[in-house]
Design a protein around this ligand. Structure first.
Ligand code: NAD
Ligand code: GLY
Length: 375
């Protein structure tokens, strides 16, 4: 085979496309190394000629030029580079996106490109949902966490000092372009944070995938391309199925919040950015596992397995030393899943089988939080 044809066929093999099936709002998730810079992936999803790439100051020097080069030459392309960090996930930052769009005279037939991790994706999605009552946007996630979770499913928004992700909207992207090559520059701690969400899919939905992750954790942390491709693809498959079944979280989508009720409490209490989202979710999943054990659903062997995989992913196991029962409960009472006064939790009947549970006895929850290891 000629070299070019061979390269093309290899590329075709390493690129996969999944679909988020949402009727007329359906969209593809393209996954593979080297998608950025190739107009074939992005051009079909652009609305109109006005495009704004929004990214942050860490990602811009690495990938902004590549994305710009991958856009057709006849477009009006603008760029906005925001500051970095979870603490910037605020309405003030979203307002900077609205300002830039208005100053550049963007009309409703425009496209925003979210180039970055979950913070950029959530903010740009919210700006797109609200600018002139809704414009097109494309997710170009560059962290593992964003590639397996936040870029898919249309949850957009910002944090409030009193609670994580409290202000936002459901607004689906036109496409998700996952260039797995961008993970090569991701710091190891951020990669581990993304692994927390990958493990989550195994814990809530797929015991075989969990077992595969246990076996391949070292390969994943070494960025083995085959292992990485499967972990991202399987995670996106599970997320796409759940989102297609329950776009606005009336039911099954809540399972994606395993560990998040505890985790969001940690993030908000510690100050946004001091714990990575995935680190807090990892500890939250262990707390949910412990509560499931107290309800008689999981045994000691399942607890050990859950701890071992979180540990193998390079994530912390202990909760913050300065958070007592009340510090957790104050934040957990504000969780978006709650109905009336009860705290809804995602718990595990077995590894790979989670459910939303409303009836945790208050004393059991308090004892779980009280006894959980601190550091
Ligand atoms: P992040 O967006 O803060 O990115 C982590 C860090 O990595 C940042 O410093 C970023 O600049 C840097 N970075 C990104 N890509 C890089 C690359 N390729 N190379 C080098 N550095 C890179 O954090 P995150 O973990 O991606 O996302 C966390 C956020 O996502 C939280 O706000 C969380 O609430 C949100 N989230 C949303 C959903 C959803 O469904 N919308 C789901 C899960 C999480
Ligand atoms: N990350 C939770 C969700 O998308 O529903």
């Amino acid at each position: 085979m000629p070299t070019n044809a061979m390269a093309l066929s290899q590329r075709a093999r390493s690129q996969r496309t999944l679909q988020v099936a949402l009727g007329e709002r359906s969209y593809p998730i393209h996954i593979g190394p080297g998608l950025l810079g190739d107009p074939a992936w992005i051009t079909p999803h652009l609305a109109g000629r006005q495009v704004m790439i929004v990214t942050n100051e860490t990602i811009a020097p690495r990938y902004l030029e590549l994305v710009r080069r991958g856009l057709p030459a006849d477009l009006e392309v603008h760029e906005l580079v925001l500051p970095d960090g979870e603490a910037t996930k605020t309405l003030a930052c979203v307002s900077r996106i609205w300002d830039a769009l208005l100053e550049a005279g963007f009309n409703r037939r425009c496209t925003l490109i979210a180039l970055g991790g979950g913070v950029i994706g959530d903010m740009v999605g919210f700006a797109a949902a609200s600018y002139q009552r809704g414009v097109a946007f494309i997710q170009v996630p560059t962290t593992l966490l964003a590639q397996v979770d936040s870029s898919v499913g249309g949850k957009t928004g910002v944090n409030h000092p009193l609670g994580k992700n409290m202000i936002g909207a459901f607004w689906q992207p036109r496409a998700v372009l996952i260039d797995t090559a961008t993970l090569a520059t991701l710091p190891a701690a951020e990669f581990s944070a993304g692994l927390a969400e990958v493990i989550k899919y195994g814990l809530i939905r797929d015991a075989d995938f969990l077992a595969w992750l246990e076996e391949h954790m070292a390969a994943l942390r070494a960025l083995d391309p085959e292992a990485l491709a499967w972990a991202i693809e399987r995670s996106c498959q599970i997320k796409a199925e759940i989102v297609a079944a329950d776009e606005t979280e009336q039911g099954v989508r809540a399972l994606l919040n395993l560990g998040h009720t505890f985790g969001h409490a940690i993030e908000a209490h510690q100050g946004y950015g001091s714990w990575l989202h995935g680190e807090a979710v990892g500890v939250g999943m262990l707390m949910a596992a412990d509560l499931s054990r107290r309800l008689g659903w999981l045994g000691d062997a399942e607890i050990k397995r859950t701890q071992a995989i979180i540990d193998a992913a390079g994530l912390p196991l202990a909760a913050p030393a300065d958070m007592g029962v009340e510090e957790f409960l104050v934040r957990m009472r504000l969780d978006k899943k709650n109905i009336d006064q009860s705290i809804r939790l995602v718990l595990m009947r077995a590894l790979g089988d989670a459910e939303v549970y409303d009836d945790t006895p208050a004393g059991l929850l308090e004892a779980c939080i009280q006894d959980y290891p601190r550091k």
